[in-house]
Every structure is written in C-alpha cells, then in structure tokens.
Write a protein that binds this ligand. Structure first.
Ligand code: AMP
Length: 199
C-alpha cells in the first residue's frame, strides 16, 4: 500500500479529539511509508492530518480546487498540491490514484466523498478497501442507516463487505487489511431483483 486517501473534516470547531486523531493518523501513515492523499486544506482535521504526516517525515499530496487555493485554504507545507478546476474533478482524483480510503468523522463534504466511493464500489467501478473510523460513535447512525439499506433490500448483505469500521485510528491499517477483496464481479449483485420475478 503506497497511497491512502483520507476524507475528513474541514471544521476546526469540532471536539479536539477529532483533530488529534487526524494528526495521529497522519503519523501512522507516514511511519508505514504511505503517502497521505487528501483535500489539501489547512484547517480542521484536514490540516492536522497533513501536519501529523509531515511531522513524521511523510509525504502528503493535497488535491484542491483552484478557487480554494485563491481563498488561501490550502496547506502551505504539502509535499505536492494538485489543482483542479472543479470540486467534481477533485473528488475523482482523490479516489482514482490511491490504494485505499479512510474516512474520519466530518460534515457533508466527508459524507459525500464516502458515499460516492461506496456507490462506485457497489457498481464495480472502484475496488479498493474503505475504512470508517467511528470515533466517539460518530458514524453509529450512518452504520445503522446502511444496515437499513440491507434489511429493506435496497442493498444486498454482500454490500456490507464494501467497508470496515474501526473505533480508533490506531486500528486503521489492520482495518484496511481486513477489507475483503472486491472486483467487477460485484456487478452481478449490484442490482436487487424482486423476489421470484427476475425483474
Ligand atoms: P466537511 O466534511 O463538510 O468539512 O468537508 C470536507 C470537504 O469539504 C473537503 O474535502 C473539501 O471538499 C471541502 N472543504 C470545505 N471547507 C474547506 C476548507 N476550508 N479547506 C479545504 N477543503 C474544504
């Protein structure tokens, strides 16, 4: 595993444990020789993630829309920054050239990025491991909702293998290794058919 993309919060107002965990995760990835890829921001969990990786001598790649750079939202110390024209292009680059996805707690930006990769995984367009860090039980309601998707047959129980949940960032590397392999055969069960009708 050479590159890991981390989705996390831009907020600097959340409980300090979230930013501290982001810093710790950056260090964990750096010490494992893994390049951290993220949205390039300087504040909140995003900024602390980069700080943690850089402090541990790691390489950090930020991918950021140009308008955010113009607003000086970019982290000034990154190893590399890739500018995109749109948010959509940024999101695509964040998951395209990476070996795994880790999602820390965050707001709508983080949630959108997570749900998009899970949707692509379901459709057989993305195969990499995905780990949610359920710090402070933040993701409990989402995990329950994803479970509802299965119990109400909007998704197959097999889709529960698209991600793994850990409670703390020190379990992230194990969580990534625990993700079951995934490939284009997931298309065979991407669609839920009506029972007995084949339609
Ligand atoms: P959220 O989880 O809602 O804080 O969203 C995080 C995502 O929001 C990032 O990946 C960015 O797409 C975007 N974002 C919002 N504010 C900022 C900021 N100040 N700097 C960098 N990215 C930001």
């Amino acid at each position: 595993m050479k590159r890991v993309t981390v989705y996390c919060a831009s907020s600097a107002a959340a409980h300090p444990e979230f930013a501290a965990a982001a810093f710790e995760l950056g260090g964990i990835l750096a010490r494992a020789g893994i390049t951290t890829v993220y949205g390039g921001g300087a504040i909140g969990s995003m900024g602390r993630l980069a700080d943690g990786a850089l402090a541990a001598g790691g390489r950090v790649v930020g991918i950021m829309p140009r308008f955010m750079g113009d607003l000086e939202w970019g982290h000034p110390g990154l190893s590399e920054i890739v500018w995109t024209e749109t948010m959509a292009a940024r999101k695509e680059l964040l998951f395209q050239d990476t070996d795994a996805i880790v999602t820390l707690p965050g707001g709508t930006g983080t949630l959108e990025e997570l749900i998009e990769v899970l949707t692509l995984k379901r459709l057989g367009l993305f195969f990499k491991p995905v780990v949610l860090v359920n710090q402070r039980g933040f993701y409990d309601p989402l995990i329950q909702l994803l479970g509802n998707c299965v119990t109400e047959a909007f998704m197959s129980p097999r889709h529960l293998d698209m991600w793994r949940v850990v409670d703390h960032v020190d379990q992230v590397l194990d969580g990534l290794r625990a993700c079951p392999p995934w490939d284009e055969r997931s298309r065979e069960f991407a669609v839920q058919r009506a029972p007995g009708t084949g339609s």
